[in-house]
Design a protein around this ligand. Structure first.
Ligand code: R5P
Length: 282
């Protein structure tokens, strides 16, 4: 197998190649003066199984992903597995209002045109796998995140909503602690109130876990509510740390620590998903 590193996922692709003892292909990605993307693979991939690693986020990396898939397909390869560590647009997996695009479906449709198999990491909702007509599997980093959280003496793992409850459960099992989720009540257009469903958090160390942190609004609101209920230390952990705008600044004032994986490499990336990928490819 040969790993092709897209420019949005270089570090992770290097880690996967290194720990799996797999060759990393040399590629060149450049931008023309009009900003159009141009890719070239400097390695003959004929007869190889190829693992392409590239985030489908933000938009320019989606175009690069499509071009890399096309460039790889130009060789007579045995199999193309596309690993999409962070699958952008996954949250728009239905029409919230009439006339909207189902963006996740649009991206999924195009990706599978030039792939034999797709791997994702902690996809927002596996419901979207119904749109794939090739094998697709999701990797969960919950155990690795739980193992990392052990050193912080966390008493309860909290999901910010019931959608993240399975994640909280799996993380709590790894930590060896309890878990719960927050019940969100909308007070008005701008404000929501969140309360733990069943558990007392007073004087406990809490870790809030979610798939994505984008603006940080969800975590900051959850942390505030847990503080009001007497929580001691509050940590936040996610798989995909997007941290748009001043999200990290706001999160650092609301929490005692922010952690994420290396699907979107940033200063909080303390957990690597490379080992989990290795177990699926070697
Ligand atoms: C929503 O369904 C997701 O699971 C996350 O909770 C959400 O994307 C977080 O976004 P933000 O950080 O902007 O609140």
């Amino acid at each position: 197998m040969i790993v092709v590193p897209g420019s949005a996922s270089k570090t992770l692709a290097h880690r996967i190649a290194e720990i799996s003892g797999i060759e990393l292909a040399n590629i060149v990605v450049k931008r023309f003066p009009d900003k159009e993307c141009h890719v070239r693979i400097n390695r003959d991939l004929t007869d190889e199984e190829v693992l392409l690693v590239q985030n489908a986020y933000p938009d320019e990396n989606i175009v690069e992903l499509f071009l890399l898939q096309d460039a790889i397909r130009e060789f007579k390869i045995k199999k193309l597995t596309v690993l999409i560590p962070y699958f952008g647009y996954a949250r728009q997996d239905k029409k919230f209002e009439e006339g909207e695009a189902i963006s996740a479906r649009a991206v999924a449709k195009r990706i599978q045109v030039d792939a034999d198999e797709v791997m994702t990491v902690d996809i927002h909702n596996v419901r979207m796998f119904a749109w794939f007509n090739i094998p697709v599997m999701d990797i969960s980093p919950a155990v690795q995140i739980g193992n990392y959280l052990k050193k912080f003496k966390v008493d309860v793992i909290i999901a910010p909503d019931d959608g993240a409850l399975d994640k909280a459960k799996a993380t709590a099992e790894a930590v060896g602690c309890e878990y719960d989720y927050l019940e969100k009540t909308r007070l008005n257009a701008e404000h929501v109130k969140m309360t733990p469903k069943a558990m007392h958090v007073s004087n406990k160390n809490i870790a809030i876990v979610d798939d994505i942190i984008s603006t940080g609004g969800t975590i900051v609101t959850a942390a505030k509510c847990l503080k009001e209920q007497g929580a001691k230390k509050i940590y936040a952990a996610c798989t995909h740390g997007l941290f748009v705008g001043n999200a990290l600044e706001r999160l650092n004032s609301a929490c005692n620590g922010i952690f994420s994986t290396d699907t979107v490499e940033n200063e909080t990336s303390v957990v690597s998903v490379s080992e989990s990928v290795k177990t699926l490819i070697v």
